[in-house]
Design a protein around this ligand. Structure first.
Ligand SMILES: Nc1ncnc2c1ncn2[C@@H]1O[C@H](COP(=O)(O)OP(=O)(O)OP(=O)(O)O)[C@@H](O)[C@H]1O
Ligand SMILES: [Mg+2]
Length: 270
């Protein structure tokens, strides 16, 4: 679904590249998390996949389309939608349904079909009863779910979330993560960029970025065995996750994500 081949990208010739010889393939329908400390190149990578930037070297293929091919630009943007950090910057209209209609209208989708899509995507993100509400009255998590609905209405095959939960409170983060899980179950390919280690546990695979390089690429369980290495990349694994991972390894039935001690206690003593 997404292939990066010896991908490099520099903002400035004088500086080290922001993406440095990165190669990987993401399969259709998979759920991949991308972690790495500030400035490691995560957002740059997302923008390269979305064809907002073009490679300095190497190639990016999205559903077989090379991002360097100008004829494919619209098709790539339609295939790979992006959800950003700040929900307020992504909502454009004064009524929820108009906001969701914005993307499909730009794609030239007929009115009647847009109406159907609005209903469908609101039900996927669990916001049916908010169709006629003004988005600015919603909570952060709800706004972000509307932003996701707006992307979904364009029927993408891939959604890239660039720190889409980082401005939300814990309950908002949970809402959005639940939504992402639903999208994955529906077969959408998920790329989740995050600095919350507990969110990584929902993914099937984790890519760890460090100074523009892809330094680890494996399952969450395998990645978290490299505690010292992760610490050297400034990626601290929360104690509660370390504990939950240990318990799971020891055979306890733990369901991730585990955010808090209460979450863990609830699972151990239901
Ligand atoms: N518009 C820009 N112009 C010049 N350099 C940039 C620009 N955007 C990012 N960079 C640099 O490119 C490198 C990678 O940045 P990027 O934003 O991709 O990292 P990130 O992993 O998303 O970081 P964060 O966790 O802070 O979001 C950093 O060194 C950053 O300073
Ligand atoms: Mg970033």
């Amino acid at each position: 679904m997404i292939t990066c081949k010896n991908l490099s990208f520099s903002y400035d010739e004088e500086q080290d590249p922001a993406i440095d010889d990165v190669s990987f393939t993401i399969e259709k329908g998979s759920f991949v998390a991308v972690i790495g400390h500030n400035g490691s190149g995560k957002s740059t990578l997302a923008r390269l996949i979305n064809a907002l930037y073009l490679p300095s070297q190497g190639d990016v293929l999205v559903a077989g389309m090379n991002t360097k091919d100008p004829d494919k630009l619209l098709s790539i943007r339609k295939t790979a939608g992006m959800v950003f950090q700040n929900p307020d910057n992504q909502l454009v209209a004064t009524i929820v349904e108009e906001d969701i209609a914005f993307g499909p209208e730009n794609l030239g989708i007929p009115r009647e079909e847009i109406g159907e899509r609005i209903e469908k995507v609101l039900s996927i993100v669990g916001m049916e009863e908010y169709r006629h509400r003004p988005p600015h009255m919603l909570s952060g998590g709800q706004k972000q779910r509307i932003a996701i609905a707006g992307i979904l209405a364009m029927e993408p095959e891939i959604i890239i979330f660039d720190e889409s939960t980082s401005m939300l409170d814990p309950s908002g983060r949970k809402e959005v993560l639940e939504t992402i899980k639903t999208l994955h179950e529906k077969g959408i390919t998920i790329v989740l960029i995050t600095h919350f280690m507990e969110e990584v546990l929902q993914a099937e695979r984790v890519l760890v970025m460090e100074q523009g390089k892809l330094v680890l690429d494996n399952t969450p369980a395998e990645i978290f065995t490299h505690m010292e290495l992760l610490k050297s990349y400034d990626l601290k694994v929360p104690e509660i996750i370390e504990l939950a991972m240990e318990l799971k390894k020891a055979g306890r039935d733990i369901e991730f994500p585990v955010f808090t001690e209460e979450d863990l206690v609830r699972q151990l003593c239901p």
